[in-house]
Design a protein around this ligand. Structure first.
Ligand code: MRU
Length: 358
């Protein structure tokens, strides 16, 4: 499944969601729409192509789309060789275009803002130095994301009981990040510590990130995983077969409410009903202190057809509308822990992200 990259991937594994190839100056992405049936990498040379790939779900997952956006802005610097003002205009235009692709995951806006600050710093340099500065910033975002995943993985793994069956939702793994994963980072770290963990992966209708992606990547690492349909979770809680829940997040509000893939909130309700810890793993780039509460987080609405069709099959009669909110909000009062690279937030006892700003 080689991507033909000219250097070792920053992901730390021999496969990855998104990388930059310095030899060809292209963004390389694993096409997540095709998994698990086919492992195929695409190469993108233009920022607009990266935006289309984000919108079209070639790459997805909050940190991974932020990294893809950062590399897109490095490509703007590669191509815009005129004066500082034109470079900043091009950077701003591309940033707004990429940012409009997906509204809920704040990592996208965070990465674009960070790249734009760097653009301001390098604007007066010669074009090649500008490009190198922007690429260095994008690679730093990528490297820091992998390091963050490893740190939050260690913190979260300390709470995972030995012998636990761990339920997760969607894909918050290496495929959703720069590498290693957030929720799956917690599971990877527990496994690496010698804890005997088994994973239940909810299939995650309608896009099936759990069935297709989480199962695929845990299998690559030899971590035991079973897939359930989303409507089976209550049954397994009731039978006492789930000891721990860990999910990722697309945005964490200032009051510790969290947005994550649609279907996360009912799992939090079930966890609380059955006294099973409900936890979240996310990098600090997912924390949005300017959003007061979950009610203020924009929820992406995706197309009817992603609900009405699967593969080539039609599931819903033609002409019948479908609803497709892509994320839901889990209130802070249902969340036992949020693991970040800065430390752990315990929302149920009233902690908010600002406890980690010292
Ligand atoms: O629509 P997606 O696949 O981009 O949604 C992804 C999720 O909801 C993940 O759980 C979240 O981004 C955390 S990824 C580390």
């Amino acid at each position: 499944m080689s991507a033909g990259l000219s250097r070792a991937p920053l992901s730390g594994a021999d496969w990855f969601a998104v990388e930059f190839d310095p030899a060809t100056q292209e963004v390389v992405m694993l096409d997540q729409r095709l998994l698990p049936g086919e492992v195929r990498y695409h190469r993108y040379r233009k920022p607009d192509e990266v935006a289309d790939a984000i919108r079209g779900m070639v790459v997805r997952g909050a940190p991974a789309i932020g990294i893809a956006a950062a590399y897109a802005l490095a490509m703007v610097a590669r191509d815009e060789k005129s004066d500082a003002r034109m470079f900043l205009v091009a950077n701003g235009t591309a940033g707004r275009f990429v940012n409009a692709t997906r509204p809920t995951a704040v990592n996208l806006a965070w990465a674009i803002a960070r790249m734009s600050r760097r653009a301001g710093d390098v604007a007066e340099l010669a074009p090649e130095a500008r490009y190198q500065g922007m690429l260095e910033e994008a690679e730093a975002i990528h490297r820091e994301d992998v390091a963050s995943c490893k740190r939050m993985g260690e913190l979260g793994a300390a709470d995972v009981p030995d012998g636990a069956v761990v339920l997760t939702h969607c894909n918050a793994g290496a495929l959703a990040t720069g590498g290693y994963g957030t929720a799956l980072g917690v599971i990877r770290a527990a496994h690496a510590q010698g804890k005997n963990v088994r994973v239940l992966a909810g299939e995650t209708r309608p896009y099936l990130q759990g069935a297709r992606l989480t199962a695929w990547e845990l299998h690559q690492d030899g971590i035991p995983v079973e897939v359930i349909t989303d409507n089976m979770a209550g049954h397994f809680f009731q039978k006492g077969e789930i000891q721990f829940v860990v999910v990722g997040s697309d945005r964490i509000a200032a009051n510790s409410d969290i947005a994550n893939k649609i279907g996360t909130y009912p799992l939090a309700v079930l966890s609380n009903q059955h006294d099973v810890p409900f936890t979240v793993a996310a990098p600090w780039s997912t924390v949005d202190l300017r959003t007061p509460s979950g009610a203020d987080i924009p929820i992406e609405e995706r197309s009817r057809d992603e609900v009405a069709r699967i593969g080539g099959a039609t599931l819903v009669p033609e002409g019948i509308p479908c609803r497709h909110p892509a994320f839901d909000i889990t209130p802070a009062r249902l969340v036992d822990a949020i693991y970040t690279e800065r430390g752990v937030i315990r929302p149920k006892i009233g902690e908010r992200p600002d406890v980690l700003m010292g």
